[in-house]
Design a protein around this ligand. Structure first.
Ligand code: ADP
Ligand code: MG
Ligand code: MG
Length: 884
């Protein structure tokens, strides 16, 4: 027994019923109820679809009767009769899921036609129209319902066009179309062993069944996986009276956006085709005309349509994407939905709509997806460009760049200095390649993950980088790389897109990033709302200035090792590492001191008025030395070619040191504060440089707030010891300069033990900063490069982890530990300043989590500062809407 209502007339629904009626159906209902010209119809609910699957792909009891009854209602409304040749009712059967899945599922038009009703239609209108509708039905029904390959129908049509020497279907004669219809019917019978069903009611139920089934066709399933749409929603089915855009030249069909979806400009944007049915516009069979032509050809219709667009926009308070059809001078609206738009358009539309009084500022902030903003903040490939993609690697550092292929850092530098654009292509990069990376537009490597040297350095410099592109094979000797049998030579131009990982042959046209006035305005609104502070990770005064211009309120992480890797520093750093005696080491450090002082002076000055967290040296020392294997090869080469003894001896010394410093597991090795414990003179030099720069700025009248950060602490005693060292240096500098200044000393939280002992550690710390890259590595026990290169993709596929935890913070595990840390830390020291400085600090979902944790700030790369400002505002708004 079933009294359940599975079918709703359009009049019975409204826009709030998307879950039950699907997006398309709910909006058709809404438009009907506000009096727009929508052809009548009814909706079979998503619940019926779910029941259908539950019953083993059987219609649930009662559904068929309800559909028949509704068809009766449509007959009454139109005065036409389903299956009656005298005045046949034709309908479309359209899919419509609760979330928009454009083009993923199927729709059938002109249903109800058969040999007899087609004759009837020919008599009522004209023959060519009837044949055109019939062949369309046979094609769509054959393809969607009966599973006959789409291409086979196309082929028949194509043969007829060739035979007649014409380009377009509408140029075929009535007789030709008659033949096409016959051949279509024969094709269906031949392929399925059954003639095309002539009974309209049978057609209807087969079509409904097919739309239900299309919920699980392959492309729909894949789409849902990519867009994280649950599999169990089901689709609704809309049955709607047909209106005809293919009755003649006073007819047509089109699609329009109420604003330009690319730029956001407020003007109708769309296309239309005279004498055509809906599918033709998207199918690309004929080139549609811009919507402005409609203004000239049917000015009254255009005026009505423009009115409808305006009404719909006001009604939905959002930019709409609208389907329409004109039948013999009468306008019909067939669909409306929120239009998809570029980031640029999203920002402009949101801000414009606030100014127009359509939406509130808060709504505007919630309308723009921060993840999408990335598109606006880097040079990017012109979205209209045609691309010749040859390979794909990891999207390591966003932005796009074109240039000549070079395989050697020196050569990159030489060409770069001459003003040439180059892309440095290496298997992987080392500190020795830095000058080449500086000179190049971008970097492409065939090996290495998201934290490989190339990736980290490129991100730090804001240069595009594609790494781990395993499809390319590099031959350094021949100065070529290969993608299968494609050869790319030195000097050939390629383009890399560090946001997608794509590698393209030739130069792709790029467009510059811009902060439009609307974007600035939106971000100002974000600042009014957000609770989280937003800082940037910046290693140079230029980065600091850029970050500040983008709205950063301080620096959450300055990595001093990047300063060590600069070409003029590296030899001195190596000297320091190679030093045989403490005196030698001290001499090298003396040389580094003024350089570091300049660095810190520049950065602190650029961030005047805001706090600047400076992390003392973090990576293991061997990262600053050349690669051992390459060195060994070089030594052998020198020996064989009679190189100077002195040079050989020097290289051997270096090799010895390289070997001595080699570690089994550098990620867990001699790094972070462990370096500070064993080489306190290095940290002392860095602290001195920071404080001397501070003293000088204070003397110059600047307000500066240096925060000295000790990395990788796992025990309070490490921190206590190093804090003493830093304090001692501060006192010395104050005494030497006679300048008073403020500073803070704190630590990164990046190993589990530190988080678990946060209450003890807090006693020695003025601040905490979560280094969530290392924290993720140490909590999972994954090394990021290995995980990303070898198994994380399978973890994603097998749904073991919902996301790559190095990109989206793992709230369940890493997040829980952070929560414990925050609680313990603040219990011991109320008001303890806590931030996050991992890449996660610029990722919207992670930022929302940080807001809920009650952190003081997030810190991210300069270019992501606007993303973080918006994401932080949205986090605050969402928390306000649903407090926990
Ligand atoms: P999609 O979700 O792929 O856009 P639709 O169900 O919207 O599929 O339909 C495909 C095309 O058929 C659209 O252009 C639509 O406007 C047109 N169409 C659908 N129903 C009708 C109808 N009853 N009369 C005329 N055209 C229709
Ligand atoms: Mg549509
Ligand atoms: Mg770290």
């Amino acid at each position: 027994m079933s009294g359940k209502k599975y079918v709703y007339l359009f009049e019975e629904g409204h826009a709030g019923m998307k879950d039950l009626l699907g997006g398309k159906g709910a909006n058709l209902a809404e438009m009907t109820n506000i009096g727009l010209p929508v052809p009548p119809g009814f909706i079979i609910t998503t619940e019926a679809c779910r029941e259908f699957y539950r019953c083993g792909q059987q219609f649930p009891p009662g559904l068929e009767d309800q559909v028949r009854e509704m068809m009766g209602v449509l007959e009454k409304k139109t005065g036409k009769v389903f299956g009656d040749p005298a005045n046949p009712l034709l309908v479309s059967v359209r899919s419509g899921a609760p979330v928009s899945m454009p083009g993923m599922m199927d729709t059938i038009l002109n249903l109800g036609l058969n040999d007899r009703t087609a004759e009837g239609l020919a008599r009522l209108a004209h023959r060519r129209f009837a044949l055109d509708c019939y062949r369309r039905l046979l094609h769509m029904f054959g393809d969607v319902v009966l599973g006959v390959e789409h291409a086979k129908f196309e082929l028949i049509l194509e043969r007829w066009r060739q035979k007649r020497g014409v380009r377009y279907d509408y140029e075929l004669s009535d007789e030709d179309l008659d033949q096409v219809v016959e051949e279509y019917k024969a094709l269906i019978e031949g392929e399925t062993g059954r003639p095309f069903p002539q009974d309209p009611t049978e057609q209807l139920f087969l079509a409904i069944r097919a739309v239900f089934n299309s919920w699980n066709n392959e492309r729909a399933v894949v789409y849902r996986r990519i867009h994280r749409v649950p599999d169990d929603l089901g689709t609704a089915v809309n049955v709607q009276v047909m209106v005809f855009g293919n009755l003649g030249s006073d007819c047509g069909t089109g699609v329009a956006f109420t604003r330009d979806p690319a730029t956001g400009v407020r003007e109708l944007y769309g296309e239309y085709l005279p004498n055509a049915q809906g599918e033709d516009v998207v199918a690309g069979i004929r080139t549609p005309l811009p919507i402005e032509t409609l203004k000239e050809e049917m000015p009254e219709i255009y005026r009505q349509f423009a009115d409808v667009c305006e009404r719909l926009e006001k009604h939905y308070r959002n930019m709409q994407d609208i389907e329409f059809t004109v039948e013999r001078g009468k306008l019909y609206i067939l669909q409306t939905r929120a239009g998809k738009r570029t980031a640029q358009a999203a920002v402009k539309i949101a801000v414009d709509m606030v100014r127009e009084g359509l939406i509130t500022k808060e709504e505007a902030l919630l309308r723009v997806d921060p993840a999408q903003l990335d598109q606006l903040l880097h040079r990017r490939i012109d979205p209209r460009a045609k691309l010749n993609v040859i390979a794909r690697g990891l999207p390591a550092s966003p932005g796009a760049a074109s240039g000549k292929v070079v395989f050697d850092a020196d050569e990159a530098e030489a060409l770069g200095n001459k003003g040439e654009k180059v892309i440095l292509v290496r298997t992987e990069t080392t500190p020795d390649d830095i000058h080449g990376i500086v000179a190049a537009q971008g970097v492409l490597t065939s090996r290495g993950g998201m934290t490989s040297h190339a990736a980290v350095v490129a991100r730090g410099m804001g240069k595009p980088c594609v790494c781990g592109c395993e499809a390319i094979r590099i031959d350094y000797d021949r100065e070529e790389f290969y993608v299968q049998d494609l050869v790319v030579k030195k000097g050939d131009v390629i383009t890399i897109d560090g946001a997608t990982g794509q590698v393209m042959l030739g130069e792709a046209p790029l467009v510059e990033p811009e902060l439009s006035p609307e974007f600035e305005e939106l971000l100002r609104w974000a600042d009014e709302v957000r609770v989280l502070g937003v800082r940037a990770n910046a290693d140079t005064p230029e980065d600091a200035a850029r970050a500040r211009a983008l709205g950063a309120e301080g620096i959450g992480l300055t990595r001093t090792e990047h300063m060590f890797m600069a070409p003029d520093r590296l030899p001195i750093v190596q000297e320091m590492i190679m030093a045989a005696t403490p005196q030698e080491r001290q001499a090298a450090l003396e040389k580094l001191l003024p350089m570091q002082r300049e660095d810190f002076y520049g950065i602190l000055k650029a961030m005047e008025g805001y706090p600047v967290t400076i992390r003392l040296l973090d990576p293991p020392l061997h990262e600053f030395l050349p690669n051992g294997e390459e060195l060994a090869v070089e030594i052998t080469r020198l020996r064989l070619t009679g190189g100077s003894e002195e040079e050989i001896r020097a290289k051997e010394e270096t090799l010895k040191k390289v070997r001595a410093l080699a570690e089994f597991n550098p990620m867990l090795g001699h790094r972070g504060c462990r370096l500070g414990i064993t080489y306190p003179e290095i940290y002392a030099m860095q602290a001195r440089a920071i404080f001397q720069a501070t003293a000088r700025l204070v003397r110059e009248g600047a307000k500066v707030f240096p925060e000295v950060e000790i990395p990788l602490v796992s025990d309070v005693k490490e921190l206590a010891l190093l804090r003493q060292l830093v304090n001692r240096v501060a006192e010395e500098v104050k005494r030497e300069t006679g300048v008073e200044f403020e500073y803070a000393v704190g630590t990164m939280i990046e190993v589990p033990r530190a988080a678990l002992l946060a209450d003890e550690i807090a006693r020695e710390a003025d601040f905490f900063s979560f280094g969530t890259n290392d924290l993720t590595q140490t909590v999972f026990g994954f090394s990021r490069d290995d995980a990303e290169a070898k198994f994380l993709h399978e973890y994603a596929e097998k749904k073991i982890l919902p996301e790559n935890p190095f990109i989206v913070l793992d709230q369940a595990g890493v997040g829980k530990l952070m929560q414990i840390c925050v609680e313990l830390g603040r219990r011991a020291k109320p008001g303890l300043v806590i931030g996050i400085c991992g890449e996660h600090g610029g990722e919207p979902a992670s930022i929302e989590f940080c807001h809920r944790l009650g952190l003081n700030y997030v810190s991210c790369s300069p270019y992501r500062v606007p993303v973080a400002r918006l994401a932080a505002a949205r986090a605050a708004l969402k928390a306000k809407a649903s407090p926990q």
